[in-house]
Ligand binder design. Sequence first.
Ligand SMILES: NC(=O)c1ccc[n+]([C@@H]2O[C@H](COP(=O)([O-])OP(=O)(O)OC[C@H]3O[C@@H](n4cnc5c(N)ncnc54)[C@H](O)[C@@H]3O)[C@@H](O)[C@H]2O)c1
Length: 330
Amino acid sequence: MKDAILIVGCGSIGERHLRCFQRTGREEVAACDANAPLLQRVAQQYGVASFTDFNAALAARRYDGIVICTPAHTHVDLALAALRHGAALFIEKPLSTSLAKVDELLDAVAKSGRFTAVAYVYHLMPWVLGAREFLRSGELGRPLHASVVTGQHFPTFRPAYREIYYTRHETGGGAIQDALTHIANAVEWLVGPTTRLFCDAAHQALEGVTVEDTVNVAARNGGVLVNYALNQFQAPNEMTLQIHCEGGSMRVEGHEQRWSVFRRGASAWEHHKAAPLERDDIFIAQANAFLDGMHGKPTPLATIAEAAQTLKFNLAALESACSGKAVEIA
Ligand SMILES: NC(=O)c1ccc[n+]([C@@H]2O[C@H](COP(=O)([O-])OP(=O)(O)OC[C@H]3O[C@@H](n4cnc5c(N)ncnc54)[C@H](O)[C@@H]3O)[C@@H](O)[C@H]2O)c1
């Protein structure tokens, strides 16, 4: 029998998850969204059962997995209810907008025995996975210094940015919680958790909002010095991450879909390019990974504990940008 999956929140990313879970052909999907006209359109388009109320959806039947795709400030309460229902849990990033109830959630996850993960999608990008595998082989020795330069023209990729959660920090908005969090989580996955950071951020360009769209962070991830430069108005959609180690350097270029290595003594980069992928391909791989995890198989997905650590990065960055001081992360 196919697994039953409920998608909660069928806006931009929820609809993508619905479509990509369906594309795995491994489960029966139902949809829930408080916005009735939107839900009706999605239910018709994808031919799925639909509910405008989360509790009514839970009462209607038992789900094996619940995918939470609502704005970030609602994630933890919905996740706790989903665990009480007995479902495996997949939560969109960021885990939340504060640490309230996060320990309660971690405790409930441990007691539930259910598979749980957070949808930090860089974990499914072959160029990040390849770089991580190589880094962990230890061939280049200890990572010492990392830097990320990244950005995109947000209005092109998310034309509705003025009307969604993005407009306020309280609902998960701004460049730190919306975009930088992906990169910070990927860097933590590659070189370990952030322990200290200084953040400078400002609203530089995006029309119709006041939240920061440009961020610089100088961080320490234990013994690794890391810096990030990100904006959401530049023309090219690019992400370049470099990690310099004792025995050479590594580079991940998201826009080239490749990772590269430059060993000490070599004269050129050695590139490892992934087969061309469309955006949905990565989300289909992510859906498959979640379904694998539900069935006890290993997956590269971010754990809730890792996402809680990245949530501390987000909150420290917001605090530092506000105070002008460096922040230690416990
Ligand atoms: N992984 C990615 O690449 C990626 C991309 C975009 C967004 N996100 C994340 O996904 C989340 C949602 O983002 P989005 O862009 O889809 O937002 P969105 O505003 O397009 O959609 C959110 C939907 O949730 C619904 N909703 C809110 N509260 C609800 C509730 N209690 N019950 C049922 N429905 C409810 C809203 O009606 C809305 O349709 C955010 O946390 C965001 O950071 C991740």
